[in-house]
Design a protein around this ligand. Structure first.
Ligand SMILES: [Zn+2]
Ligand SMILES: [Zn+2]
Length: 882
């Protein structure tokens, strides 16, 4: 994430994309190849000042070029120079009155409802964001809201729902430019727990501007920002709990009301009046009067007050942001003394109350519709209310339009691998509680929409502004658009349908497949049922969530038996909701038994807390077992610290404890879990040396037994982690199904699925993938960018395929594409006979594995216009802006 990657020049990208031969692409002059500022030559890859590098020759076989990697990076040494960034914040020159100012709803969470809405408070020279749930970066990229311009982020609560996008955002900002950027983050005292937890994977420098506030000893609001442009203060709502309930209350329960007050605009200075009536001569006294001071008249024996010579001033607009997650918070809100000066009465002419122009309610509709809350809303006379809390409302087309448009197109071409997004049926849409609110005796109350604005300045445009709300798109519109752009796609879709039908006609297919490709159907797939296993690729992009691809997550659906997640980047829950619908995703999360995390880079685990917190909430009060999280050791530090904030209801198991040697030691119950992979002289030994925490077998074995039990309950035989070459403590995983009995009563082996995590090609992956049914391998870069792949310890397309081929893998799925390939990566089909590339939300049922490589050429037809089309500058802008 920290490394921003330069984009290929447009014309070069196009050429590479269209060229089918790897020779052609590599024949471009080297100078055309984009390169990172930390550029290097191959020879520097292995040179290092550290003496520990001396044994390098022994670690990497000299003869084997394919297993070359960046050792400094694999060992984590490359981070050292990065931590020196000071991430200073620039001060900006502010102008209090001559400015545009508005509050805007950023729609995060409003289609999948898995996060809280964010609100942008915009001024010409200053930007504030309230809440940063998962997906905020993706949303802002798509809607061209430059996060690099954000000065302050305020959290209305500290939990995964409101802050799930914060780690990714801090990392992205830290990676901008040479020096990196940082942002001021404000939240109630719980923020300290989050900061503590994030220390395990976010450089400290990126968090130097995080500040917590409260509890406060006075009833007055806590003033956080007070400059020429705005004053922002906080009022804490901390529900009192009975002692009985205290045991289940977590610290992440304080919520905050933010009061944003713009300064008043002073009336005009009447020069004539000052000179002729009050006898003040032009000079320094004029500016003293304008700055609010009284002065002596030059001609008369009187004191002249500013009000004598200034027109009436216009009070500054006030916006409140209110988050009451429960009715208990609402009760606190009602009794909050510090809000009394804002309550107004329509009948009282002498009313001194400050007028609140707009209240944005982040509270869920279950709370805002309660009588208590409604009574509170009535205390504000003629205020504009915007209801931005969760409410079930139908969004036929998700907010992230760019990726949804691709999903809808893929669905048209091949609904078998790209089922229609699982949005809930429209009849549910109408039973919202909104109608109740609008009928009550309040100022105007409206429902929030994406990018809805409330203008604060200039005064002439004051009020609700719907001009930015994007138009709604429907799947059928996208299909019409597609058919007019690429008419031949209709036939292509028909072709896919035909060979699909053939596949399920057994007699034809057996002959067909023996002749068409030299692959025989592995016995584990014979008569495999559709409810055996399905791989759902929830996120297929690398480093940071982008417009078209979310970050890594693979959902392994074992249907009625349960499910697994392999990696869990930011926004994984949102993707599950887009795939399965709101209720379907809850069900998917409820049945999760184990989450496996490959390494500590944020694009692989930043969505974990959100998923675990939701699972915990969904299963509250039901008999269940905690989720098992298998991950690299540093992840435990994060989870332990995070659990002070939110219940996650999980048990942790180090990836190293699930290595094959550890499993073997469980069998014999006496072995040494370190095993041969980490023993002296093995290639992995030096990579792991810096994290040589002794593995305590006595505590690991019971957890391992528990994992074994869970695996057998969901029909799996093995879950084996193996070390890979990427960063310290990076792993791949083998998941193997238990054997089954086929229709002839024969025992046949279960399928074997392997996932590489992030990795350079390495012998461990080949070994682990031996005869696997499917290998999901990262292919971050195209073949021409081998040097970049080497420097960053990733793989190229060809390398990933070679790994699979040399291990005799039946099917290869490529994923984790660099975000420089916004829609479709650069591929060379000639060596992809058993391979397919992944797209977000692609669902590969084991029963369809056979036809998987056959759909690959069709993607080229689908994306042919995208390749020629002038790439909109957004993706490049993202790299510049974020
Ligand atoms: Zn990654
Ligand atoms: Zn990584």
């Amino acid at each position: 994430m920290i490394n921003s990657m330069p984009y290929l020049p447009k014309n070069l990208r196009l050429l590479l994309l269209l060229s089918s031969s790897p020779l052609k692409s590599s024949s471009f002059p080297l100078s055309l190849r984009p390169f990172s500022p930390r550029s290097f030559s191959l020879s520097t890859l292995f040179s290092s000042s550290s003496s520990s590098m001396e044994n390098h020759e022994a670690n990497v076989p000299k003869s084997s070029n394919s297993f070359v990697f960046n050792k400094r990076r694999a060992e984590g040494f490359d981070k050292i120079d990065k931590t020196k960034k000071n991430l200073e914040r620039k001060s900006r020159k502010l102008n209090p009155t001559n400015t545009i100012a508005y509050a805007q709803i950023l729609g995060t969470g409003m289609d999948t409802q898995d996060t809280s809405s964010s609100v942008l408070l915009f001024f010409d020279k200053q930007r504030f964001i309230f809440n940063a749930g998962e997906g905020l970066q993706r949303f802002c990229t798509e809607h061209k809201i430059k996060l690099s311009k954000i000065d302050h982020i305020f959290l209305s609560r500290v939990c995964s729902e409101t802050a799930g996008g914060l780690p990714g955002l801090l990392l992205t900002l830290a990676g901008i430019g040479e020096e990196g950027l940082s942002v001021n983050v404000w939240g109630p005292s719980d923020l300290n727990y989050l900061v503590d937890a994030m220390k395990s994977f976010i450089p400290r420098a990126a968090m130097v501007h995080t500040r917590s506030f409260g509890p406060s000893s006075t009833p007055d609001p806590i003033v956080l920002v007070n400059d020429e442009v705005v004053k922002i203060s906080a009022i804490l709502l901390e529900p009192c709990r009975s002692t009985k309930e205290e045991s289940c209350s977590k610290s992440g329960e304080i919520s905050v009301v933010y009061v944003c007050e713009l300064p008043e605009i002073m009336g005009k200075f009447d020069i004539e009046k000052a000179k002729k009536i009050f006898g003040v001569k032009p000079g320094p006294k004029y500016s003293r009067l304008q700055s609010g001071e009284s002065v002596k008249s030059d001609e008369r024996d009187i004191t002249v007050h500013p009000s004598d010579v200034m027109g009436p001033s216009v009070p500054g607009p006030i916006v409140l942001l209110v988050d009451c997650p429960t009715e208990l918070h609402a009760a606190e809100l009602l009794s909050a003394k510090s809000l009394e000066s804002y309550y107004s009465s329509p009948d009282d002419q002498t009313d001194k109350a400050k007028f609140v122009n707009c209240i944005i309610h982040l509270s869920p509709s279950s709370v805002t519709s309660s009588p208590n809350y409604q009574n509170w809303m009535k205390k504000f006379h003629s205020t504009q209310h915007i209801l931005a809390g969760h409410q079930r409302k139908n969004m036929e087309f998700p907010i992230l339009k760019a990726s949804s448009r691709i999903a809808a197109r893929l669905n048209y071409l091949c609904p078998q691998f790209f089922p229609a997004p699982g949005f809930w049926p429209p009849q549910l849409a109408n039973n919202t509680v909104l109608s109740k609110c609008s009928s009550s005796n309040l100022g105007e109350s409206i429902s929030a929409e994406n990018l809805l604005k409330f203008n604060l300045r200039p005064l002439a445009h004051h009020g609700i502004d719907r001009s930015c709300i994007p138009t709604q798109l429907t799947s059928s519109q996208v299909v019409d658009e597609l058919l007019s752009e690429i008419p031949e796609i209709k036939d292509k879709s028909e072709e896919i349908k035909q060979f699909w039908n053939k596949q399920h006609n057994k007699t034809i297919i057996e002959k067909l497949w023996l002749t068409e490709s030299n692959t025989v159907l592995p016995s584990c797939l014979e008569n495999i049922r559709r409810d055996d296993m399905e791989i759902v690729l929830l996120g297929t992009g690398s480093s940071q969530p982008s417009k078209y691809r979310n970050v890594s997550a693979i959902f392994i659906d074992l249907f009625s038996r349960g499910s697994l997640l392999l990696d869990c980047g930011e926004g994984t829950l949102g993707q599950l909701k887009r795939r399965y619908g709101l209720d379907g995703a809850d069900e998917a999360v409820r049945k999760l038994r184990c989450i496996w995390i490959s390494h500590i880079h944020a694009d692989h685990h930043a969505g974990l807390a959100r998923i675990l917190a939701l699972r915990c909430k969904l299963l509250k009060g039901l008999t269940h077992e905690p989720a098992i999280v298998v991950g690299p050791r540093p992840l435990k530090g994060f989870l332990d610290a995070y659990q002070r904030l939110e219940d996650l209801d999980m048990v942790f198991l180090d990836c190293r404890s699930t290595a094959s040697t550890s499993w073997a030691s469980l069998e014999s119950s006496d072995g040494n879990a370190e095993g041969s992979l980490f023993s002296k002289g093995s290639p992995m030994q030096s990579v792991f040396k810096r994290s040589d925490i002794p593995t305590d077998n006595s505590s690991v074995l019971p957890s391992l037994k528990n994992l074994k039990k869970v695996l057998s309950e969901i029909g799996l035989e093995d879950l084996i982690s193996f070390p890979v070459v990427h960063c310290p403590q990076a792993f791949g995983v083998v998941v193997k199904a238990a054997e089954r009995v086929n229709s002839d009563g024969e025992r046949i082996p279960g399928w074997k699925m392997v996932y590489s995590g992030d990795s350079r090609p390495c012998p461990e992956t080949v070994e682990a993938s031996r005869d696997a049914t499917v290998l999901i391998h990262e292919a971050t870069f195209e073949d021409a960018l081998i040097e970049e792949a080497l420097a960053k310890n990733h793989s190229t397309t060809k390398e990933a395929i070679d790994i699979g081929s040399s291990a005799g893998v039946y099917r290869i799925v490529l994923t984790h594409f660099s975000q420089r390939y916004p829609k479709i990566p650069v591929i060379d089909e000639s060596h992809m006979h058993n391979t397919c590339i992944a797209f977000d939300l692609m669902s590969i049922n084991m029963a369809d594995l056979q036809v998987l490589p056959k759909v690959l050429p069709y993607f080229k037809t689908l994306f042919k216009d995208e390749m020629v089309e002038e790439e909109d500058a957004d993706d490049v802008a993202m790299e510049e802006a974020l």
